[in-house]
Design a binder for this molecule. Structure first.
Ligand code: NAD
Ligand code: MG
Length: 341
């Protein structure tokens, strides 16, 4: 397991178990200090953790410049992103489910993979071969949760590979009922004149074409009750000026979520999206931000800091779980208060 990013949280997070909201409870406890004892006859010996200010729960900018060659490893980031490795506690919300998560090696996809496994799902992850060390960490965490981990490296820009990815997932997991399309490419350019056709092609293929190919390959296998969850972005509605090609793809994904949801509900399949604001992940240190953007990453949100992937995990769980059976065609924002997703 990789080192946790915020050493002071370690002791508090270790061993905490309080259902699906354990992450929040633990971080709140961290923010406020130790529980206050409340012993009296007939009452529990400890009061619940105090509420904490979410602005102070995780690391804040400024961040050190730390460029890595794309696609990067999160184990080399400073601080290492918190994907819930030590904090997420499941409660059987996805018991017996079979999930495929693209980009499941790091960042937001990794947080979803850990949470899905701890909620009782077997999980296949896709990533690029250069990300094998991060993927091995995730596989270990899934197996530690008592679930099956399947690692399928490969490039989503290759349609034939995407077909094999889904077929292999179905073969190894014995089926598929949760598809999380989460991989993406983002490369900052301050002028549209600097966006090469090669970059445009990579961004569109990874973020949009691969999603169509994934859905087309997966649909014949998805039973009624299955769920498709797509990662879109705050950039859907408020595009950052240095990532306009990426922002276009995220708008396309959000649009596809809403249209596809109408099309496949007659098969009993739900489709939803998650729209993160700024989250501390490898995507940002491998060309996703300008130097200035990285230094002050998350500073211009009302929260005053970027999110950590662990803070998103429960949304991915919720959207795949059968308890959200009336939720489809929705985009669920988690933006630190920036506005509409
Ligand atoms: P990340 O770098 O951890 O994850 C992106 C993953 O995409 C990589 O791990 C890689 O495995 C995968 N990938 C990229 N190109 C690929 C290819 N050609 N073939 C196969 N896999 C490929 O970063 P993240 O921020 O966790 O990104 C996950 C999702 O979150 C992305 O869809 C991203 O657009 C979205 N998102 C991130 C933020 C943020 O601030 N980090 C904000 C909004 C949306
Ligand atoms: Mg990665």
């Amino acid at each position: 397991m990789t080192e946790h990013s915020i050493p002071s949280r370690r002791g508090l997070l270790r061993g905490l178990a309080a259902g699906g909201l354990a992450t929040v409870a633990a971080t709140q406890a961290m923010a406020q200090g130790a529980d206050q004892g409340a012993a009296s006859a007939g009452t529990p010996t400890k009061s619940p953790p105090s509420l904490g200010n979410p602005q102070n729960l995780y690391v804040k900018p400024p961040f050190a410049l730390q460029p890595q060659p794309w696609p990067g490893l999160q184990s080399k980031m400073h601080p290492v992103p918190d994907c819930g490795e030590k904090s997420y506690v499941g409660s059987g919300k996805l018991a017996g489910r079979r999930a495929l998560i693209t980009g499941g090696d790091s960042g937001i996809g990794r947080a979803a993979a850990i949470a899905y496994a701890r909620e009782g799902a077997d999980v296949a992850i896709n990533y690029l071969p250069a990300e094998e060390p991060d993927a091995q960490d995730v596989a270990r965490l899934i197996r530690d949760a008592g679930r099956k981990a399947v690692l399928i490296p490969g490039d989503l820009r290759d349609e034939a590979f995407v077909g094999r990815l889904v077929a292999e997932t179905v073969r190894q997991l014995g089926g598929l009922d949760a598809l999380v399309s989460n991989a993406a490419y983002q490369h900052a350019q301050t002028s549209i004149l600097d966006i090469s056709t090669e970059q445009l092609d990579q961004t569109m293929k990874t973020n949009v074409y691969a999603l169509f190919w994934l859905v087309k390959a997966a649909l014949p296998h998805l039973p009624a009750g299955a769920s498709i969850v797509c990662t879109t972005s705050i950039n859907t509605e408020t595009p950052g000026k240095a990532i306009i090609d990426y922002a276009c793809t995220k708008a396309a994904i959000a649009n596809l979520v809403r249209g596809l949801a109408k099309q496949v509900i007659d098969k009993g399949i739900r489709v939803n999206g998650v729209a993160p604001g700024p989250f501390w992940t490898p995507l940002q240190v491998t060309g996703g931000q300008t130097e200035e953007g990285l230094k002050h990453f998350g500073a211009n949100t009302p929260m005053g800091r970027p999110g950590q992937p662990a803070e998103l995990a429960e949304i991915y769980v919720l959207l795949a779980a059968s308890t959200s059976s009336y939720v489809t065609g929705q985009i669920y924002g988690e933006t630190g208060g920036v506005g509409w997703p």
